[in-house]
Design a protein around this ligand. Sequence first.
Ligand code: F3S
Ligand code: F3S
Length: 112
Amino acid sequence: TYVIAEPCVDVLDRACVEECPVDCIYEGGRALYIHPDECVDCGACEPVCPVEAIYYEDDVPQQWSAFTADNAAFFTEPLAGRAEPLGAPGGAAKLGRLGVDTPLVAGLEEQG
Ligand code: F3S
Ligand code: F3S
């Protein structure tokens, strides 16, 4: 899978969303998250991000290594105010902006 790391936080450019052929990039509140099971590793999202937030899982820079598990956690853990995890919705567009983040992203200081 590909992973969205810290540079996306508070930027949310969304160019990646337009490129993804399987609509597996979901919008939280302060960042977007790639669904690790829905991503087909096409790589189309990676070069279009203006802040270089997207990496193949084996290439995530060390300082952002926690974001690999964190992208997955967005779907497997219940998020604030929600009883159930998102699971595998099968497409981000129909959900729109979810307005919630993982504890890791929610706890970051305001970026930029
Ligand atoms: Fe974020 Fe870059 Fe996509 S800033 S929304 S990962 S284009
Ligand atoms: Fe979509 Fe990027 Fe994966 S374009 S399929 S999230 S590599």
